[in-house]
Structures are given as structure tokens and as C-alpha cells.
Design a protein around this ligand. Structure first.
Ligand code: 16G
Length: 245
């Protein structure tokens, strides 16, 4: 990285220019998967900018999945087939998460039906008696690699039909004018059943992150009750903790 290249990068905020400089180096092949970046301090002194600016650019590129930070050893260009690092602070969809990382999301449908809810689904979604649900079960992939098995259950009245869901549930909800604004998410450890392991292309009994998400609309109504098994070898969920003072 040179100060001239950064100066040639336009007039926007410095950290954005540094981000495009780094992305450019990756696109041109000057930096390739698994390459280490110079340290924050080295980049700052090479470019004669503050470390705060460098940190901001690197943090965003890590959030976008372009770079990966390894504890104690620095920052690397993310390689293919590496673990996906997912922040647990924003209510986003699988499709958005993968696209933000430059990975191509795809879906293999296992079930897409209207059905009667189970008692726990009826309770969580606060359904009236006899109300039906849309049950969406699918294998979710990123660049063709199986990542998660997901069962999403949505009150049937929220969508015209199960076929309203193409590849993204959140996109279908948005098209229907429905926007989840808040969600409760619970994570626990599980080992995969033989059947689920096979779908995810891992040995039976492999570890998974079992995640339940209940999403709510602004008026407090629950819109989805989703149970997901994410491959334990493919995902890191990362939470930022701050003190309030
Ligand atoms: C994520 C959510 C899931 C949601 C889905 C929508 C987790 C653990 N789960 O997979 O609750 O239904 O995104 O994604 O993050 P879509 O719009 O791509 O179908």
C-alpha cells in the first residue's frame, strides 16, 4: 500500500478509500486467499494515516467477510471454505449474510407446505385456534457448500401462499409489506442426527449450532419461528460486548 495509491482513491472518507484499496489489491490478485496483511501499525505508518482509520477499515472488511482476524496473529485475506464469521447484533437474513461476504446463497427445498401448527408453534406464534402455518424446510448453501438446515414456520395469513417464497423468506415478507424488526435468538450445542448430518455433508454425530429465532413485527406480532442447525465446523457467531458507562 502506498500513500499515492490512497490519494488516488478519490475524495471520500479515508477509511473508505483504504477499504477500496485493499479490495482492489484482492481483485487484482496482489493479495490472495490466506495472505497476511501488514499490521495495523505498519499500514498506518506506510500510508501516514491514523491507526483508528486503519482499524475502522479492517473491522468493516472483517464484518463483510473479506478479511479474517485470527486471535493474536493478525489479519488475513479470507480463503474459500473457511469458517463464516457472523455478528450476532443485526437482524439479517441468510441471503443477505452470504451476499455481503461475496458468497452465492442457494437453497435445496425439503418441504414447502401449509400445515397445522404443532402446539409449541401455535404458542410461540400466538395463533388463534385452527389457524394454519406455512412450513418451510430447506438446506441452505453458500457457493454450493451446505451450511445449515432450517425449518421456518410462518403464520399462513402473512403470505399469499408457500410459493410466495422464492429463495429468501425475508424477501418474500418484504414483498408482502411485512418487516420483522426485532428477534429473540437462542443458541445451543447439538450433535447432528444421521439424516441431518448426511444433508449437511458431514459425518453423523458432528457438532452443530442449534439456533431458534422468533422474529417480531413492530406491532409485537410474531412473524417467524425458525429452527436452524448450522454446521459447527463452518460457523463462528461473534458478539461484541460493551460496558454501558
Ligand atoms: C437466517 C435466520 C432465520 C431466517 C433466515 C431468513 C439465523 C440463525 N437464522 O438463516 O431465522 O428465517 O435467515 O433468510 O440467522 P432468507 O431470507 O435468506 O430466507
Amino acid at each position: 500500500f502506498t500513500a499515492e495509491a490512497l490519494a488516488g482513491g478519490g475524495t471520500g472518507p479515508l477509511y473508505l478509500r483504504l477499504k477500496s484499496l485493499i479490495r482492489g489489491a484482492i481483485d487484482k490478485g496482489a493479495l490472495t486467499a490466506q495472505d497476511a496483511l501488514p499490521s495495523e501499525r505498519e499500514i498506518a505508518s506506510q500510508l501516514d494515516i491514523s491507526r483508528v482509520t486503519v482499524r475502522k477499515a479492517l473491522t468493516e472488511l472483517v464484518d463483510e467477510g473479506v478479511l479474517t482476524q485470527k486471535r493474536g496473529s493478525g489479519t488475513y485475506v479470507t480463503g474459500q471454505g473457511q469458517r463464516v464469521e457472523q455478528r450476532l447484533s443485526r437482524l439479517t437474513s441468510f441471503t443477505e449474510d452470504m451476499l455481503a461476504r461475496g458468497l452465492m446463497p442457494s437453497v435445496k427445498w425439503l418441504q414447502k407446505t401449509v400445515a397445522s401448527p404443532s402446539p409449541d408453534e401455535a404458542m410461540v406464534l400466538a395463533l388463534s385456534p385452527n389457524e394454519r402455518v406455512i412450513r418451510l424446510r430447506r438446506l441452505r448453501m453458500a457457493d454450493g457448500r451446505p451450511m445449515a438446515l432450517e425449518l421456518a414456520v410462518v403464520p399462513a395469513r402473512m403470505l399469499a401462499s408457500p410459493d410466495a417464497v422464492g429463495s429468501s423468506l425475508y424477501e418474500a415478507l418484504q414483498t408482502a409489506g411485512i418487516r420483522p424488526v426485532r428477534a429473540m435468538q437462542r443458541l445451543s450445542a447439538e450433535s447432528l442426527s444421521a439424516e441431518d448430518a448426511e444433508a449437511l455433508s458431514v459425518p453423523a454425530g458432528s457438532p452443530a449450532l442449534y439456533i431458534e429465532r422468533i422474529s417480531y413485527l413492530a406491532d409485537g406480532r410474531a412473524v417467524e419461528f425458525t429452527k436452524s442447525h448450522y454446521r459447527g465446523d463452518a460457523y463462528d457467531f461473534v458478539v461484541e460486548l460493551t460496558t454501558s458507562g
